[in-house]
Design a protein around this ligand. Structure first.
Ligand SMILES: Cc1cc2nc3c(=O)[nH]c(=O)nc-3n(C[C@H](O)[C@H](O)[C@H](O)COP(=O)(O)O)c2cc1C
Length: 170
């Protein structure tokens, strides 16, 4: 696959087939992505591959915690604390587009909640990758990580697989 095609074919996918992914494919994706650059070659990435029964147990606990109202405590601040333009409108448009595509109305709070809860099951993808960063890491490592993550997603496209990056699990 050509680079242009690989980049444009990557998109956030929020529904998956119930089909296991061969370990060799996961290995090959991570092995390719580790060629991503990082400041003084620190390679700050640590990845946990979760699937099968372990994923089931973990996602049941995560979804239950979410549905029972456990307040999320983020390991890092991802979104702006204060939303201003142009980001405010883009964020709104993103949510509206997603819910209208799924035919979920503004009033249908139950389906909105269900859709959000699906985040905690990694949208029922057969494999979830959890990415960790050493607590000593500074902002530079987040830059390195972004390059690594995009490489993971492009390598997945190259293997015929879809992905969805998720801050919901941060
Ligand atoms: C770091 C990061 C975190 C994200 N977190 C979530 C998430 O928790 N849930 C979700 O449904 N989408 C999440 N997204 C997907 C974005 O909504 C998506 O990338 C954006 O709307 C652009 O669409 P595209 O990825 O299909 O090009 C995240 C994207 C990134 C890069």
């Amino acid at each position: 696959m050509q680079l242009r095609e690989t980049i444009t074919n990557r998109k956030s996918t929020r529904a998956f087939l119930d089909k296991p992914v061969e370990s060799e494919k996961i290995q090959s994706i991570l092995d390719l992505a580790r060629h991503a650059p990082s400041g003084v070659n620190t390679q700050p990435w640590q990845v946990a591959v979760v699937q099968g029964e372990t994923k089931k147990i973990l996602e049941e606990q995560l979804e239950q915690a979410f549905r029972s109202g456990t307040k999320a405590s983020l390991d890092y601040q991802y979104y702006p604390k204060k939303w201003e333009e142009p980001f405010k409108s883009r964020r709104k448009a993103c949510g509206l587009k997603m819910y209208s595509t799924l035919n979920i109305s503004r009033e249908d709070k139950e389906r909105q909640l269900d859709q959000w809860a699906a985040n905690y099951r990694a949208f029922d993808a057969p494999v979830a990758l959890f990415f960790f960063l050493n607590e000593l890491a500074e902002q530079g490592s987040y830059l390195d990580y972004g390059m690594f993550l995009q490489s993971v997603m492009l390598a997945a496209v190259d293997q015929g697989l879809a992905t969805c990056p998720q801050a919901a699990l941060a």
